[in-house]
Design a protein around this ligand. Sequence first.
Ligand SMILES: [Zn+2]
Length: 118
Amino acid sequence: MHELSLACSVVELVDNELHRHGGGALRTVEVTVGDLSGVDCEAFAYSLQMILDRRYAGVRVALTRVSPRARCLTCGGMFEPASIYTPCPHCGSYSTQLLEGQEFRLSSLTVEADEDKP
Ligand SMILES: [Zn+2]
């Protein structure tokens, strides 16, 4: 149910953004999800699409996944960690910094302007 509540909060953001821009037809909602964010992408995309379908006809959900990237603070090596606890594969150090992979954000909305409006 975690994914459903995430989807609800994204829809709230979408509603606010649309309201601020004075409406229009919502076409695409893009969300960026890091592979280490703990979000189940499939369940999330499904929930989001389901809620959006009820409010906005013809909207498409697009997820952008981000592969994790970390830097070792001991040897400076870069690597792709399997989890946030993965040690550096170059020197074995646990002193690492995750640079990418935990993001979760609404990245963009595509809105078609209402042509009836001046
Ligand atoms: Zn290292």
